[in-house]
Write a new protein. Sequence first.
Length: 140
Amino acid sequence: MADYAVVIMSAAARHCGGCPLVAGDSKHGRVSAAQLAEETRLPAPTVQKLVSKLTAAGLLRSSRGVGGGLKLARSPETISVADIVEAVEGPIALTACLDVGKSECQIEGGCHVRPHWPQVNAALRGALAQVALTQLVEEV
């Protein structure tokens, strides 16, 4: 679902035009969940579910009524892929074995790599944090 969330946020950012949001502007940067579903070709229920998570995480802002819709809650250059992934999936990690007794790993007790996972997970999160949403809406 994280990949779909990145696609949805990229589509929402294209509606903003990559520019900072203008306070009080009721139409600038707004898009409906139905528009996002149509543009991304994702099923509407999937888009609705992800929009709810992205809104709860403070990445999207939703408003009802005339001029309502969804818009980015922050400028796109301040939203990273790491922010989006964490909004949908929780903390970024290649493995969850760091929580003692919560993994189903057969080698957990004698694993020599286990102490190094925090470093690997931090590097992964750091790499994703370096990719801003604005980069994903640029023409390639």
